[in-house]
Design a protein around this ligand. Structure first.
Ligand code: ADP
Ligand code: MG
Length: 273
């Protein structure tokens, strides 16, 4: 008996770093997410687009473990992680940012990064007593890493300022810096450029491409189609909680259903800020 030949791996399609199948979520009986199914290709920048209320933020909340879903499955790589809490998903290298920045206003910029550092030995009281040198070394390393990240994101000079005193744009950069502090493999960004000026949009776009260059997989909710065109390799269109289409933006523009259901509205929204 001869075995079927093993198909050669398809090198043109990257594997999915993150995927979901049939995700549902209702709020007070209203389906906000209604069977969302898509894959986020590894090592690329993927845009999650769709009209207001399409369920984009809810999907990101579910994928990052900030919220549970009612049905469907989520995978990080091959591991099924449906309804895992965020701290457990974070251990697989998945981090997210919020649409409205969630900086800790009373803490300094540097402290905001330090509390976002992963696996802190000092969190264990036992380590503090039994392995004080380990705790001190890790704290020193975390400070070095945090200062590096702040330098990269142009916030180094603000390290001792209270986070609440930052401008809106600086808070967006801090939000990304906090997620990057944990050296994620997969980064989910909820409208990282919303409400920031064109120069900062450019800068944040550059940071996202730099992350991609280091191998980070990015899924970002984005309204601005010019940004999507410039920095996103792949697009997922969500409408009424369902995946309406996936592909390259250019191809989606030729998809009459997508254009009708959605792109017109987004083009409208992006020209109105
Ligand atoms: N915590 C919540 N409680 C009740 N309804 C919610 C909640 N979060 C989102 N929704 C509703 O779910 C739908 C999808 O919202 P959302 O995921 O924020 O959409 P998007 O990010 O695409 O604009 C909207 O109708 C919204 O009002
Ligand atoms: Mg949203």
């Amino acid at each position: 008996m001869t075995a079927d030949p093993v198909p050669a791996p398809d090198r043109t399609t990257p594997r999915a770093a993150l995927s979901c199948d049939g995700i549902t979520k209702a709020f007070q009986g209203v389906r906000a997410v209604n069977g969302a199914t898509f894959a986020v290709p590894e090592g690329l920048v993927t845009a999650l687009i769709g009209p207001n209320g399409a369920g984009k933020t809810t999907v990101v909340n579910i994928l990052s473990g900030s919220m549970t879903c009612d049905g469907g499955t989520e995978r990080v790589g091959d591991a099924e992680v449906t309804n895992w809490p965020s701290h457990r998903i974070a251990r697989l290298g998945l981090m997210r940012t919020f649409q409205l920045s969630r900086e800790l206003g009373g803490l300094t910029v540097l402290e905001n990064l330090l509390v976002a550092a992963p696996g802190q030995a000092g969190e264990s009281l036992l380590n503090v007593f039994l392995r004080p040198s380990l705790v001190r070394r890790q704290e020193r390393e975390n400070v070095e890493r945090a200062l590096d990240v702040l330098d990269t994101y142009g916030l180094f000079h603000l390290r001792d300022n209270r986070a609440s005193d930052l401008s809106g744009g600086q808070k967006k950069l801090l939000e990304i810096s906090r997620a990057v502090m944990a050296s994620p493999r997969i980064l989910l960004l909820d409208e990282p450029m919303a409400g920031v000026n064109p120069a900062l949009i450019e800068r944040i776009g550059g940071h996202i491409l730099d992350l991609k260059a280091t191998g980070v997989t990015v899924l970002m909710i984005e309204h601005n189609l010019n940004v999507v065109e410039r920095i996103c390799d792949h697009v997922i269109v969500l409408a009424e909680g369902r995946t309406l289409a996936t592909g390259r933006l250019g191809d989606l523009r030729e998809n009459a259903e997508v254009v009708q259901a959605y792109l017109g509205e987004v083009i409208d929204a992006s020209t109105h800020g």
